[in-house]
Design a protein around this ligand. Structure first.
Ligand code: GDP
Ligand code: MG
Length: 324
């Protein structure tokens, strides 16, 4: 713990003792796959947003609520920032990037997550340029320190610090939790004084039925190869509480083509069975009760161009840009 961290933690103790509450939004920005969602889950202490080794797992803005002493830190997990591709059905890309900037504009503070293991930092450069342009500063979270050597870390810190847009630098591993406690304390003292905006037992603003659908989507992301995960959407259609306290969930997995349906189902239904088992176990853990999960695969062509999908995910439906 540095002396600054110690001071932050003492401020927090004083705030708790005096009953002064704090609450504010911190936008978590960064390139795809740097560990933003893993970090948000770690700070909240429970899973509120899904994670995978593939880019663009997070599709919309998700709010993770962390309670740290007398502070309620509202963490805005955003889709990664990247250059949206041109043409095709790229509306979703555009809406995701817009959702990320929207999260930043409305926040009290910004945390930029950087993957310390990466050689190039395209998404990071975007954010630095944006911060400069809007005369804003951010806290820098160098993530994945469990997987990188010290010398590289120091060189990267030096380069990023030289941009002059960072107020603080933390080195963390969202995966192991290393250094995350110090970040939590610092964020808790950085949010403004004010009443808590959410009940203290609430961990996210995502409706549970949507989180349940996201968990199934996460399992599909891990199970399926290459481009297919990007063609998939999952929705919880029915949610019934049984007399014995268990819950019956029916979810629809939307794919865009017949061939994709076959891949999702797998030989003899093996793949979907496995996805269902993994998702059910995790949903049971979150809901703390028995769950009966039924998965159906349907074809909905061009769901990525369907305004209803965007609405459901709280994304703005962007007009199609002329291609070329
Ligand atoms: P996001 O796209 O920025 O939200 O990134 P995710 O949270 O989905 O994580 C992307 C990948 O990086 C996943 O495979 C994570 O398990 C992995 N990851 C996240 N944080 C760490 C970390 O601290 N160390 C290592 N080694 N891997 C991490
Ligand atoms: Mg994410």
């Amino acid at each position: 713990m540095t002396s600054e961290d110690k001071a932050a933690s003492e401020d927090l103790d004083r705030a708790c003792a005096s009953g002064v509450r704090r609450c504010g939004f911190i936008a978590i920005l960064g390139a795809p796959n740097v560990g933003k969602s893993t970090l948000v889950n770690r700070l909240v202490g429970t899973k509120v947003t899904i994670v995978s080794p593939k880019v663009q797992t997070t599709r919309s803005r998700v709010l993770g609520i962390a309670l740290v002493g007398a502070s309620q830190v509202l963490l805005v997990d955003t889709p990664g920032l990247f250059q949206p591709r041109q043409g095709g059905s790229r509306r979703l890309d555009q809406a995701m990037v817009e959702a990320a900037w929207e999260g930043a504009r409305g926040a009290d503070g910004i945390a930029l997550v950087v993957d310390a293991t990466r050689k190039t930092q395209e998404g990071t450069d975007f954010v630095v340029a944006w911060l400069r342009q809007h005369s804003r500063r951010a806290v820098l979270l160098l993530n994945k320190i469990d997987a990188v050597d010290k010398a590289r870390l120091l060189a990267l810190t030096r380069d990023l610090d030289a941009t002059g847009v960072f107020t603080r630098v933390f080195m963390v591993s969202a995966l192991t939790g290393d250094g995350v406690g110090d970040v939590a304390d610092w964020l808790a003292s950085a949010v403004p004084e004010g009443p808590w905006l959410y009940p203290e037992d609430q961990a996210s603003d995502m409706p549970t039925r949507m989180l349940a659908a996201e968990i199934t989507r996460e399992k599909l992301f891990w199970q399926l190869q290459q481009e297919l995960p990007y063609s998939i959407a999952v929705e919880t259609e029915t949610w019934t509480e049984n007399a014995d306290g268990s819950i019956r969930l029916e979810q629809v997995i939307y794919v865009e083509r017949e061939a994709q349906r076959g891949i999702v189902i797998g030989k003899g239904g093996q793949r979907i069975k496995q996805v269902g088992q993994l998702a059910r176990r995790e949903i049971e853990e979150i809901l703390d009760c028995r769950v009966h999960l039924f998965l159906f695969v349907k074809i909905r062509q061009k769901w990525r161009d369907d305004p209803g999908f965007f609405r459901l995910h709280g994304l703005a439906f962007p007009p199609r840009k002329p291609s070329g």
